[in-house]
Ligand binder design. Structure first.
Ligand code: ADP
Ligand code: ADP
Length: 220
């Protein structure tokens, strides 16, 4: 069964249709890239999937259920929507300890995750002093804190240098190899092509193509 499922999803803002009858799904053990230009409707879709916005029509299901962020803090699903929104006044380790407490993980989980995202050296530095790439690492860390089955990441490669992108690829691959499901958005194929197993490509809120990179680049 798919771990993430979007069926006929539609969302309008006034007379602008941000997401238009969108259907796709993601299976356990796979990394799906959600690709489309800026304004295509990626963030809107991810916000509905993670319970931060409501759809006008259709469904977005996590493990077969509608996910409601506010009712049940994320444990089975790890989410990073905007690393720029991390509180600048907290240190890296404080950020992860707070995230751990929020989802009921032991305090030691923060140190563990800090090492996973390669920020041990910046544990006591305030996030306000982090580069965008460091914030992305920390944001991915907050998504991983509850040891989730599903990861939803909005533009995680943004701000990462090539080494950071290779690091992210290894991290997500081992997460997927352990049975996890990853959906990550990007507006640049180049950033994610080596990381993902499949692509869901959207434009103007609509599905354009779906399949493996080989499927999508095959000349037919
Ligand atoms: P992407 O993440 O692919 O860049 P978005 O989901 O952010 O795309 O946006 C899709 C479209 O919906 C854009 O035209 C955007 O301006 C519009 N939009 C997104 N959020 C809102 C909002 N809260 N109010 C009005 N329009 C919005
Ligand atoms: P992204 O492109 O990563 O989605 P944006 O900077 O476009 O980020 O959007 C940031 C916030 O502003 C989001 O909450 C989004 O829903 C909202 N937003 C985006 N476009 C519009 C818009 N045209 N009108 C009102 N709110 C918008």
């Amino acid at each position: 069964a798919p771990a993430l499922e979007v069926r006929g999803l539609t969302k309008r803002y006034g007379d602008r249709t941000a997401v238009d009858d969108l259907t796709f799904s993601c299976r356990p053990g796979t990394i799906t890239g959600f690709l489309g230009p800026n304004g295509a409707g990626k963030s809107t879709t991810l916000r509905i999937l993670t319970g931060l916005a409501d759809a006008d029509h259709g469904e977005a299901l996590v493990s077969g259920r509608r996910y409601r962020t506010l009712r049940r803090p994320a444990r089975e699903i790890g989410v990073m929507l905007d690393a720029r929104a991390l509180h600048g006044g907290r240190t890296g380790i404080e950020t992860l300890r707070l995230a751990a407490r929020t989802v009921g993980m032991p305090r030691g989980r923060a140190e563990e995750v800090l090492a996973m995202v390669g920020l041990e050296g910046a544990a006591k530095v305030r996030v306000g002093g982090y580069s965008y790439g460091m914030r992305q690492r920390l944001g991915i860390g907050t998504a991983l804190i509850g040891d989730p089955d599903v990861l939803v990441l909005d533009e995680p490669a943004n701000g990462l240098d090539p080494e950071g992108i290779r690091w992210m690829r290894r991290l997500l691959r081992s997460f997927a190899d352990a049975g996890g499901t990853v959906l990550l958005s990007s507006h640049q194929l180049r950033e994610v092509e080596a990381t993902v197993d499949r692509l869901v490509v959207i434009s103007r809120g609509r599905l354009v193509r779906e399949g493996t990179l080989a499927d999508l680049t095959a000349v037919t």
